[in-house]
Design a protein around this ligand. Structure first.
Ligand code: F6P
Length: 538
């Protein structure tokens, strides 16, 4: 048995004790619990004391991290080694947010000078658009951007824009991702082509949805502005020649390299729309926040390392206690897209059934992630969180100080965030419910029926992440926290977090079926698929 396999067995065995034990009781038994299971990381406090692990079990989880060689794996990643072996690529998004003049190498090739040059080029075009120096085909300044991209070419910029848009009321930024024609129709509705930039973002520049939507946008520009409309096109791609062939002017194409994974790409030129709409200074702060988290991840001891501890808490639930779902609830309206972002980050990275060695993985990998903004979700799925038959661990993200709106509402929001975490853990025992109903004069037979329905068993775990303010730096640190925690999980599960073969089959079949729907030769399908194709063929 390898050290790692032994450490897994130790952790999974130790976790069994957590099944019946009450989390709340651990605070009494472990006076240092709050201190030891909380971390002050850059821009945020991470409180893992309401997770189901005891201090000893957390130590077993840390032993797992050590046995899994987390520090060495992290150093290999930062050194630009091919931590994505199935594609023989580095995964070096940290180079994108390094201080200018850094010295990152991807598989031995220096990359930082090119990163700096791209950052400068993005800042230059952003300044020119924002100042009105760069104008459209009819000489008018730009007032809107339509960002076209999907998956990693969409979620990150969309999250950043939604979170930070109060910083920049000057330019309207809209997004279109879905090939559903309604999405482009909504994105373009009411916009003036003469004052609109279209930023097409695709690493491969072959993604069906993005090319289809870019084609609609190009036609929209050309219909209003003639061929000169192409000057309103910008592209971000690792395949610049394809973007140029599409009609994007060469000096408006911004590149990034294959060592930037789509879901880790918001820091690259993929963030161009945000650089223009929010301003280069805000984007630099976003990068600085992520950089601070990189430094923390690289230097903090494992026992005080926020991404490592968050990964271990999630692993404790996923593997120790067999909980395959996790909820993420930002108590911040402007972070409401965080769960969508994390769905791709975590589930596309770690939703794998085969290990890096090609063998079936011996235990569950990525949990399914879902969520939305609090307090809204309290009126949706929180009934199940409190009283459902399955225990679903929760990440709560809260922001101490509001940047806008009515301050007393912010206090109410925070009260809800804190209260939910407490309620989930502490619950409300049946004895207390019975006492209340008895005091109300309810008959014993009726109490027997109602009390179990009003009982909260509690003991439902949560992590609490507290930001001071929703600044670009704090957002950068938060996203980087989850990026690194996803990496740590992948290392311990011995899977490749940086490929995504699982998205390919559907794409291939969709292309084949598209041909059939458009009148091409019919393929062989199962009877259900066959009937659907026949019915929709028209
Ligand atoms: O969903 C599959 C995927 O390949 C993602 O990994 C990627 O972020 C997305 O498609 C978009 O790809 P591209 O940037 O090449 O258009």
């Amino acid at each position: 048995m390898t050290d790692l396999a032994a450490a897994w067995t130790t952790l999974e065995t130790a976790a069994q004790d957590a099944r019946e034990r009450r989390i709340a009781d651990l605070f009494k038994a472990e006076p240092d619990r709050l201190d030891k299971l909380s971390v002050e990381a850059p821009q945020l406090l991470l409180d893992l004391s309401k997770q189901p692990w005891s201090r000893a079990e957390a130590q077993a989880a840390l032993a797992l991290a050590r046995a899994g060689g987390i520090e060495a794996a992290r150093d290999r990643q930062f050194a630009g080694q091919a931590v994505n072996p199935s594609e023989d690529r580095a995964a070096l998004h940290m180079a994108l947010r390094a201080a200018k003049g850094a010295d990152f190498q991807a598989k031995g090739e220096p990359v930082s000078a090119e990163v700096d040059a791209t950052r400068e080029a993005m800042a230059a075009i952003a300044r020119a658009v924002r100042s009105g120096e760069k104008r459209g085909a009819t000489g008018q300044p730009f007032s809107a951007i339509v960002h076209i991209g999907i998956g990693g070419s969409d979620f990150g910029p969309r999250l950043v824009w939604e979170a930070l848009r109060p910083l920049s009321p000057q330019i309207e930024l809209r997004f279109a991702a879905n090939v559903d024609p309604a999405d482009m129709a909504l994105a373009l509705a009411g916009l003036d082509p003469a004052r609109t930039l279209v930023v097409v973002v695709s690493k491969t520049f072959t993604t069906q949805e993005t090319i289809a939507n870019a084609t609609v946008a190009r036609a929209w520009l050309r219909a209003a502005l003639g061929q000169a409309g192409d000057a309103h096109l910008l592209a971000v791609s690792a395949a610049p020649s394809a973007a140029q062939a599409f009609g994007v002017p060469a000096d408006q194409i911004f590149g990034f390299r294959d060592w930037v994974g789509g879901r880790y790409s918001v820091w690259s030129a993929v963030g161009l729309s945000c650089v223009i709409a929010l301003g280069p200074e805000a984007f630099e702060e976003l990068l600085a926040g992520a950089r601070a988290m990189d430094d923390h991840f690289r230097t903090a001891p494992l026992a005080a390392n926020a991404p490592v501890l968050l990964a271990l808490a999630h692993i404790f639930n996923r593997n120790g206690l067999g909980r395959p779902i996790r909820a993420v609830v930002p108590y911040a309206q402007r972070l409401r897209l965080l769960p969508n972002f994390l769905q791709q980050l975590e589930m596309e990275s770690n939703g794998k059934q085969a290990g890096v060695d090609g063998r079936p993985v011996p235990r569950g990998t990525a949990a399914a992630v879902f969520g939305d903004a609090g307090t809204n979700v309290q009126h949706a799925f929180f009934q199940l969180m409190h009283q459902g038959t399955d225990i679903i661990p929760l990440d709560i993200i809260a922001v101490a100080q509001a940047s806008e709106g009515e301050p007393s509402n912010q206090t109410k929001l925070l009260a809800n965030a804190i209260a939910q975490a407490e309620a989930l853990m502490v619950g409300k025992p049946e004895s207390e419910v019975r006492a209340e109903l008895t005091a109300q004069g309810m008959a014993p037979a009726a109490i027997d029926v109602l009390a179990p329905q009003k009982t909260f068993h509690g003991n439902r775990p949560s992590s609490f992440i507290l930001l001071d303010r929703l600044t670009p730096q704090a957002l950068g640190a938060l996203i980087a926290l989850y990026e690194h925690k996803t990496f740590v999980e992948g290392v311990l599960w011995e899977i490749n977090s940086f490929d995504q073969w699982g998205v390919e089959l559907g794409k291939t079949l969709a292309t084949r079926i598209l041909g059939e729907l458009e009148g091409g030769a019919r393929g062989v399908h199962d009877p259900s698929t066959e009937r659907l194709v026949s019915r929709l063929k028209g």
